[in-house]
Design a protein around this ligand. Structure first.
Ligand SMILES: Cc1cc2nc3c(=O)[nH]c(=O)nc-3n(C[C@H](O)[C@H](O)[C@H](O)COP(=O)(O)O)c2cc1C
Length: 375
């Protein structure tokens, strides 16, 4: 056992569920674009998950849509009906076969959904405000009944995840999707109980947490993790400010969650709204609530030294996304004292060895600079 990386290799127990993981390493949620048309998992995705199940101890899945109306990507997996349970069980089993803990990320894309993926071709959101990107569809404002139905759907998704054998769910409240759209003053212009003030913009995210937690209390037959992912800021004006986020994380900390996952592309990066503010967003959030709510830090962490530095800030766990695409055996190699053999760039000739399904592979290679490439 490698003694040098004592923080990375120390166990962690989630405070609410009591679930223990053997190290601080988490696989970040990554959409594969490779599911079947009906929302079930493909064989290629199962091979991809199996290949990585020793790369971290807490394994977060690609996001899964809680309603057909929330499907955010071509080839996304679904958790929207009981018929998905056997498919979800295949994912949970493949992630857990070497002792890891599997967590399903539950998601609704809101106004970010591609219309062609939706049953009626029309996206929905908190308000009828289009995203600021070329060709973005104008979403339809959700009715009160639809809001309640959607909150209920997150609870149902949680029940299905537990029945499928997952060890938990992560509520996807980040990366501009529906939950963030309700919290954002850009996408939420409502003047009813779901919007209008900072407190009311928190109503939908907090109602989703309540629905998920109530489902766990009612249904889960085994210890079950509930985590929540946020994005700390938005560039839009109006948009989510860091002050808004600090208020939300306080409210989330009072809900009894197992962790808060702060989604950033670089753990150490400062504000995206104010370039003079250079402090790591995650570090600041950890200083504010880290003593009551364990924090997962993520973003451009690839070496064990970098992971140790991030853990030094007080965050409880570190998540790796792109590095686990490049190096599926990351944690295993650290444990075996083979750190110098950890791959740092994607071997473009080794799709088969890396077990990355073709739609995901094509998407990764089509975006220059997304991953370091070894030619
Ligand atoms: C191919 C790919 C797919 C992703 N899909 C998701 C997703 O489904 N849910 C999510 O919250 N974040 C998603 N992300 C963001 C990652 O979870 C992570 O936050 C980001 O890549 C930064 O971490 P890294 O530098 O370790 O890759 C995705 C990232 C990549 C590269």
């Amino acid at each position: 056992m490698n003694k040098k990386y004592s923080k990375v290799l120390s166990p962690f127990t989630f405070p609410v569920s009591g679930v223990t993981v053997d190290s601080r390493v988490v696989m970040a949620p990554m959409t594969t674009f490779s599911g079947n048309e009906d929302g079930t998992v493909s064989d290629g995705e199962i091979a991809y998950y199996k290949e990585r199940n020793k790369g971290a101890n807490l394994l977060l899945t690609a996001c899964a849509y809680v309603l057909p109306q929330g499907k955010g990507f071509h080839g996304q997996i679904g958790v929207h009906s009981d018929e998905m349970i056997p498919s979800l069980k295949r994912i949970a089993d493949s992630l857990k076969e070497n002792g890891g803990k599997a967590v399903l990320q539950i998601h609704h894309g809101g106004r970010m959904c591609p219309p062609e993926e939706l049953p009626d071709g029309q996206s929905v959101s908190a308000s009828a405000v289009a995203a600021l990107r070329d060709g973005a569809q104008m979403p339809r404002e959700m009715t009160e009944a639809e809001i309640k139905e959607t909150i209920f759907a997150y609870g149902e998704a949680t029940r299905r995840a537990a029945e499928a054998g997952f060890d938990g769910v992560e509520i996807h409240g980040a990366n501009t999707y529906l939950i963030q759209q309700f919290f954002s003053p850009h996408s939420n212009r409502r003047m009813d109980k779901w919007g209008g003030s900072l407190k009311k913009r928190m109503s939908f995210p907090l109602a989703v947490v309540d629905a998920v937690k109530a489902t766990v209390q009612r249904n889960a037959k085994h210890p079950f993790i509930v985590g929540y992912r946020i994005s700390p800021e938005e560039v839009e004006n109006p948009g989510i400010t860091f002050q808004d986020t600090l208020a939300l994380v306080e409210a989330l900390a009072a809900k009894g969650l197992d962790y808060l996952h702060v989604s950033t592309m670089n753990f150490w990066a400062g504000s995206i709204r104010d370039e003079r503010d250079t402090e790591s967003r995650t570090k600041l959030i950890c200083e504010k609530v880290g003593n009551k709510l364990p924090i997962i830090g993520v973003g451009s962490i690839s070496s064990p030294e970098q992971a140790e530095d991030v853990l030094e800030t007080g965050v409880s766990l570190v998540a790796l996304g792109r590095e686990l695409l490049i190096e599926p055996h990351w944690l295993e190699k650290i444990k075996a004292d083979e750190v110098e053999q950890i791959e740092k760039a994607l071997d473009v000739h080794n799709q088969e060895g890396l077990k990355i399904p073709t739609p995901m592979w094509t998407s990764l290679l089509s975006r220059t600079g997304w991953l370091p490439i070894k030619e």
